[in-house]
Design a binder for this molecule. Structure first.
Ligand SMILES: *Cc1c(COP(=O)(O)O)cnc(C)c1O
Length: 396
């Protein structure tokens, strides 16, 4: 007997919950890929996609996940032997820098640990030291999904501008797009990568590279470009639909179209605000639990946390026990503690993450929090009182 049978909530930071509307939009036979509904739909979809990225510039759609989008982005702006500066606040910018190195670039990494944002003074120093502009691109995650740290992207732009440094500002918004406030053009971002399976509520399988005219100029000089990743035909409205580098990802496109409808019906600002309010409920519960037990935020300062995911430590093997208990007994699946390992906990069993991104409302969040509290009771994990009341108040 289990209390888990019912609608599941996948509370991990991607893939996120898929709305019924998205699933239904994908439930159809194979369409004509040469003309008709699919072709018309894709043309009209590109402006809506750019609106979510807050850019008037270019969007290229690929059949790939976020890792593919990383590679797509770099091959279009770099030549072999050129240098990138990676600003690492957890795991994901290291991953992007690894891709750059494998492609034949040199990657200088500034590692800011796993509990804080980019140290702006250290970044300014590295930029000032690069007198002959060897650094061609700065890589940074808006939100690092392992640590839940959210970086101030506009501040990084200001540092580059102040130094008169021409490096492209390249931002990974795979976790944050349509969850945390992001303004590609207003913040002066040259290139941004995203993927379909987080805030965009569509199955994994579509990668996106958004780029402005400065990045397009870099494309003209880059020697890493390959036929498949070249963004030029993909971003050209004339060729866009025909050129997916082969067969179009038909069903993903129908799903994405519906997800964009949902975002635009709600209004992007309202989507951001919903994420802010619901993450506030999650945090209110965690604060209360932490008063009487081992649960701690990875990121102390709420102003530096993402509204899409919260990384937590809870000590010993409690993270893994809690995840398993919830999956078996409540239908809520929590995220593993990614890359948050310690010498005394090499497998990260004392960490977990709560994904609160995308298709998410009050009852899902309060249900997940109530389920976590049930897990604490069942497993005998100490925790403070009043968490659910605090979370409910935050939603009121
Ligand atoms: C999920 C994620 C990735 C990786 O995306 P995949 O689709 O799993 O390849 C990269 N960066 C960030 C910030 C992410 O959240």
């Amino acid at each position: 007997m289990t209390l888990a049978n019912g609608r599941e909530y996948l509370a991990i930071p991607g893939p996120s919950v898929m709305p019924d509307r998205v699933l239904q939009a994908m439930h159809r036979g194979a369409p004509n890929i040469y003309e008709g509904a699919l072709a018309d739909m894709v043309d009209a979809m590109v402006p809506d996609l750019k609106a979510v990225a807050r850019t008037q510039h270019n969007a290229a759609i690929y059949i790939c996940n976020g890792h593919g989008a990383w590679e797509a982005a770099l091959t279009n702006v770099l030549s072999r032997g050129e240098k990138v500066l990676a600003l690492c606040t957890g795991r994901f910018t290291h991953g992007w820098a690894d891709v750059a190195e494998k492609l034949g670039a040199e990657a200088e990494r500034l590692d800011f640990g796993s509990q804080g944002t980019v140290d702006e003074a250290a970044f300014a120093e590295a930029i000032a030291a690069d007198k002959d502009h060897k650094i061609k691109a700065v890589l940074v995650a808006h939100v690092d999904t392992a640590t839940s740290i959210r970086n101030d992207i506009k501040a990084l732009r200001d540092i580059l501008d102040k130094a008169g440094h021409p490096a492209l500002l390249c931002v990974d918004c795979i976790a944050s797009l349509a969850c945390d406030v992001f303004e590609m053009d207003a913040w002066g971002v040259d290139l941004m990568v995203a993927a379909s399976q987080k805030g965009l509520m569509t199955p994994p399988g579509l990668g996106f590279v958004f780029f402005n005219d400065r990045a397009a100029e870099a494309r003209a000089k880059a020697d890493m470009t390959t036929l498949y990743w070249d963004w030029t035909p993909r971003a050209d409205p004339q060729f866009f639909y025909q050129y997916f580098g082969g067969t179009a990802p038909t069903h993903h496109l129908f799903g994405l179209r519906e997800a964009l409808n949902m975002i635009h019906e709600e209004g992007l600002e309202n989507v951001w605000e919903r994420h802010r309010r619901l993450s506030g409920a999650v945090w209110a519960a965690i604060e209360a639990w932490g008063q009487g037990g081992p649960l701690r935020f990875n990121v102390e300062d709420p102003g530096l946390r993402s509204h899409a995911v919260t990384a937590l430590s809870i000590g010993r093997d409690h993270g893994t026990r809690l995840r398993h208990w919830l999956a078996e007994n409540t239908g809520v699946t929590l995220g593993i503690g990614l890359g948050m390992y310690r010498r005394d906990d090499p497998e990260g069993n004392g960490f977990f993450r709560i994904g609160h991104m995308g298709h998410l409302n009050t009852h899902m969040v309060l249900g997940a929090l109530g389920s976590i509290e049930a897990g604490f009771s069942a497993l005998g994990i100490d925790h403070g009182r009043g968490a659910l009341e605090a979370a409910a108040r935050a939603c009121a």
